[in-house]
Write a protein that binds this ligand. Structure first.
Ligand SMILES: [Zn+2]
Length: 170
């Protein structure tokens, strides 16, 4: 061990925890702006590709497959199907939801791509692919231009969707 003036040095510092924060502003572009304006009203406005017909939610303004703009808006219901999910069991700094909880990929009815969301009002051990779910919105007075207006998805109680019905949307 190294010494300094005959005294042993303390153990080396291997980790420092420093809370940090980043504030940033996003300029969303045309398609996300249309989507975010709909979300403010409690509407889910996806966009359809004019060539392949794929429906993007949230819309990005173009089709990733065909590389052409998407402009046709498609209003989706707030119901969908769980395609995949994970159970969060580990605590972490800044955690807002009590563990265990479920994050799920949900493909809304009429959409071709799933989005990632919180799933609640259901024991974690009962969550499964094919489970039918619906959005729980925050109060209109609390809404902002964000997908966070959907507080979480909850089970509808409908029969599960078959794997065949969502296997192309994983
Ligand atoms: Zn396309």
């Amino acid at each position: 061990m190294s010494t300094q003036q005959g005294r042993p040095l303390p153990d080396p510092i291997k980790m420092v925890t420093i809370p940090s924060r980043l504030d940033y502003t996003i300029t969303p572009g045309e398609a996300p702006t249309r989507f975010l304006r709909g979300i403010l009203e409690g509407r889910i406005l996806a966009e359809r590709c004019p060539k392949c017909g794929k429906v993007y939610m949230p819309p990005r303004g173009s089709c990733a497959t065909c590389a052409i703009p998407t402009k046709e808006q498609v209003e989706l219901s707030a119901k969908g199907t769980v395609t995949t999910f994970c159970v969060v069991n580990l605590p972490f700094y800044g955690q807002a939801v009590e563990i265990p909880y479920v994050c799920a990929s949900v493909v809304l009815d009429g959409a071709d791509l799933p989005f990632f969301c919180l799933l609640a009002e259901c024991p974690v051990e009962e969550v499964r692919p094919g489970m039918r779910v619906e959005a729980v919105w925050c109060e209109p007075s609390e809404r902002k231009p964000s997908l966070e207006n959907i507080r979480y998805m909850k089970p509808t109680g409908e029969p599960d969707a078959t794997y065949e019905s969502f296997k192309e949307h994983l």
